[in-house]
Ligand binder design. Structure first.
Ligand code: CA
Ligand code: CA
Ligand code: CA
Length: 476
């Protein structure tokens, strides 16, 4: 754990990195605010001994600053004893005294705390009263048989402060940090989360001091991809007209969009480039238009919309955005069977018409030749329109069937039948359209025609129950 900003901090070091048996050790520590200080020693054989406070040096409350142990003027020395190896010093600074760490006496000036360093580290946490502020640090030195060859001093002062400092693979605390090291080469990595690792190799000479002042470089955040967005006008384009595609709503959350590429007919081949482009659909159908955008660091994004290219319309033709059978027209009755692009297989339909007059000018723009007054055929993603007029007629019976659910059988409901410009549903299917009451002219779709249900609609017996008018259905 890295020390939180503003918390109590402590650091410890020894005056040399290595000592011969019998040499005196001088300990230096620094605290950033007044605190009680405890130092214990972990020998190479694992024994843990309290070395400060001790019987000879009992005052362990210090003001903020740097202090040395033994306290100057105190009548004792800390001398190095066997066994040889690495000896560790741990320091605890606490804003409250720790009663359990004061068991020294004339006969036991440096009491043994335990012989399990790892267990002791856990135990000491439980000894510190809560709530309190506390801080730990440690350092190590080598105990050697013969006098060591002097040492050099390494100071690591990083920006920002607080990264972990390692020397030759061993964690040595947090910068700012001063460590005493044997002469020679040392590898010094400095690591902090969110920053690139810094590593230096330094050469120390006995009696010399080297200072490293690395500035850590923040890790660059990963590039975020751009977001593609576009719209097009007109919203319901017809075959042969110019459609304008606008991709300027695309954006990059951490940069800028630098390239736009368009596949406007869904064939996988880019057709246009630039933020605003135009295209003309030559044939009716549903087209997948895809915009690909590239940001300033090379990342890409894309989005696809399906554009319906509609056949060129006839004046008065209603919008046909959903599948169904549309009955419409002005001076000519038109019945359009409209499919949808999601229909993969042909859907059968059957239109059966009767009138009390005569059908004239029957035509169809696709599919089979009209069979009398019945139009039959199939529709998939396109649409087929049948047209006719009537003469000497006051009514027309319409029975409209379309295989909406794709099970192979034409269905008959009012839901898919849509009348005139607003696509209102008739009250029944089959249904009858008829001249307005008292009207004697030609029965054409532009009239406010009546709509009803036939109880019987045979050649000589026609009984129609009139229910409404197209104007009433449209709410006018
Ligand atoms: Ca980006
Ligand atoms: Ca294309
Ligand atoms: Ca069906």
């Amino acid at each position: 754990m890295e020390p939180p900003a503003g918390a109590l901090t402590v650091s410890i070091t020894t005056d040399k990195p290595a000592y011969a048996v019998g040499e005196a050790v001088r300990i230096t520590f620094t605290i950033n605010r007044a605190a009680y200080v405890y130092i214990w020693d972990i020998q190479p054989d694992g024994k843990v001994t309290l070395i400060f406070p001790n019987f000879y040096d009992q005052q362990n409350f210090f003001p903020a600053g740097t202090h040395t142990i033994p306290t100057p003027g105190k009548p004792y020395r800390l001398t190095v004893a066997p066994p040889l190896g690495t000896e560790w010093l741990q320091i605890l600074a606490s804003t409250q005294p720790v009663a359990a760490l004061s068991g020294f006496s004339p006969g036991d000036p440096f009491p043994l705390l335990g012989s399990d360093p790892e267990g002791w580290g856990v135990q000491v946490l439980g000894l510190v009263p809560e709530p309190t502020q506390r801080a730990f640090d440690f350092t190590s030195f080598e105990i050697v048989a013969t006098p060591p060859p002097g040492f050099g001093t390494l100071i690591v002062r990083s920006s920002p402060s607080g990264p972990k400092l390692y020397v030759d693979g061993i964690f040595r605390g947090y910068t700012l940090r001063t460590v005493n090291l044997l002469p020679g080469f040392h590898d010094v990595p400095v690591r902090k989360t969110g920053y690139q690792d810094y590593t230096a190799r330094v050469h120390l000479v006995a009696g010399g001091t080297r200072t490293l002042e690395p500035t850590l470089i923040p890790t660059a955040p990963a590039n975020q991809p751009p977001v593609a967005q576009f719209n097009y006008t007109p919203a319901a384009p017809t075959v042969g007209t110019t459609v304008t595609f606008n991709g300027t709503a695309s954006y990059d959350p951490d940069g800028s969009v630098v390239a736009y590429a368009w596949d406007l007919n869904g064939d996988g081949i880019v057709d246009r480039s630039g933020p605003v482009v135009t295209w003309i659909y030559p044939a009716a159908g549903a087209y997948n238009a895809t915009l690909y955008v590239t940001d300033n660091q090379g990342a890409t994004g894309q989005t696809t919309q399906t554009v319906f290219g509609s056949p060129v319309g006839i004046p008065g033709q209603p919008p046909m955005t959903v599948p169904g059978i549309y009955v419409w027209g002005t001076d000519t009755w038109r019945i359009t069977v409209n499919g949808v692009f999601t229909w993969i297989t042909p859907r059968a339909y059957r239109i059966e018409l009767r009138t009390d007059g005569q059908f004239v000018n029957e035509s169809t723009d696709a599919g089979p030749v009209p069979l009398g007054l019945v139009f039959e055929g199939n529709v998939t993603s396109g649409r087929i329109t049948h047209s006719f007029q009537v003469r000497n007629a006051t009514s027309i019976s319409m029975d409209l069937r379309l295989d909406m659910d794709g099970d192979g059988t034409p269905d008959r409901s009012v839901g898919f039948v849509r009348l005139q410009q607003y696509g209102v549903n008739p009250p029944t299917n089959p249904f009858v359209v008829g001249s307005p009451e008292g009207f004697t002219g030609a029965l054409v779709p532009s009239l406010n025609f009546r709509i009803g249900t036939a109880l019987s609609y045979r050649e000589f017996v026609r009984i129609v129950f009139w229910q409404t008018t197209i104007g009433a259905l449209e709410g006018m």
